[in-house]
Design a protein around this ligand. Sequence first.
Ligand SMILES: Cc1cc2nc3c(=O)[nH]c(=O)nc-3n(C[C@H](O)[C@H](O)[C@H](O)COP(=O)(O)OP(=O)(O)OC[C@H]3O[C@@H](n4cnc5c(N)ncnc54)[C@H](O)[C@@H]3O)c2cc1C
Length: 404
Amino acid sequence: MTENKDLIWGHKWGYRDTSLKISEDRSVMMTGSRYALSGYKMPYLIPYIEELLDIKIEPQDTLSEVSPPYITPPHIQPDFCQAIKDSFPPHQYSLKNSERLLHSHGQTTFEEVHKVLYNRLERIVDMVFYCESSVDAQKLIELATQYNVCLVPFGGGTSVSCALKLPPTETRTIVSVDMKRMNRIEWIDRENLRACVQAGITGKQLEAELNEQGFVCGHEPDSLELSTLGGWIATNASGMKKNRYGNIEQIVENITLLTPTGTIEQVAPTPRASMGMQLHNLLFGNEGNLGLITQAVIRIHHLPEVTKYGSLLFPNFELGVKFLYELAHSGFMPASIRLVDNNQFRFGQALKPKATGSKAYIDKLKKLYVLKVRGFDPQQMVAATIVMEGNAEEVAYQEKIFID
Ligand SMILES: Cc1cc2nc3c(=O)[nH]c(=O)nc-3n(C[C@H](O)[C@H](O)[C@H](O)COP(=O)(O)OP(=O)(O)OC[C@H]3O[C@@H](n4cnc5c(N)ncnc54)[C@H](O)[C@@H]3O)c2cc1C
């Protein structure tokens, strides 16, 4: 199952069918039908942003994207280029400007996104290589070593640490190695609850394919749709359900990393060994500096019987933090709990559609209760969002404790 790559914006975040449009009545609508927010009017969003930033939003007052984008000519070593042509079919490498631009940045707001859209990146990769197997990866590393070429692994391109930002002073040819074609689940071990997965699989595809088999990985960073297993390992990622499934270093049992001087992997992956150092622990967070991660063995779990969502309101952030401390000390955590501050809370409210009929009436009563009866200040109150997951009994118990 590979998603059509044309559905995704070339050089910017997300899908082409999804964007925000302002109507004449200044309400905002998300186009498409991909998300829960898609297709309905959000009348409170612009007033919220205007109040928060103390600005007036004029829908006609837009900053145009730089067009065409500024892209420096590729600096390709001819001998290396010839060796690539001799070794791989044309669909595995590209010198196209649009592909080069897409692979030259992550999503770090000002440092990368703003430059791509409205200014210019100082350095663009010279070639993009699409890795389809570990044999390809090995061959590419050999050629890069032979011709002194710089390789930059690329997963979903969702990095927010500037790790995909290219040094302007780099004079060697830079090749971005796109791993997303290596997106297969190699095997599932149902007895020992583990799976061997190629590193370029996105979180969305991984969960969908595991779910079909009755399993779940449970690693859910907010970038799940586009980020990849290799990227998670290379950035030491954390997912929102870490309380139940662990962070990436608890999920991964073996990593296969190809480097210019050999391959690092355990001969036989074990869940844990009380002998010697666990070499693969040193590989988390390497940000692509050590080589290409081609696959990993991960822990999997049976699909949870029940998943339920809830939220708690607190009069202010300090009391929300106090509650989280108490929860952590009790050792009793739901799969996910997140405290959002007042700005995030009000942002969430601003994304809601205008309620009508009985829903409007109930909303009004709830508001009255929170603001008038409980005396919460709308400029101070915060919320914690909760995800409870497990078997029916476990979730019912959690619900009783957290929500009732
Ligand atoms: C909207 C949004 C929400 C986010 N939410 C979270 C979150 O909840 N939790 C979290 O931890 N992070 C989050 N992030 C940050 C980002 O998604 C993670 O760092 C993610 O792990 C990056 O994965 P990627 O596949 O996109 O990697 P990329 O961005 O493509 O690359 C990141 C780094 O990993 C290296 N790399 C990628 N693939 C490989 C490979 N196969 N072999 C070797 N090196 C490789 C790259 O060279 C680069 O240094 C978020 C980012 C965005 C934009």
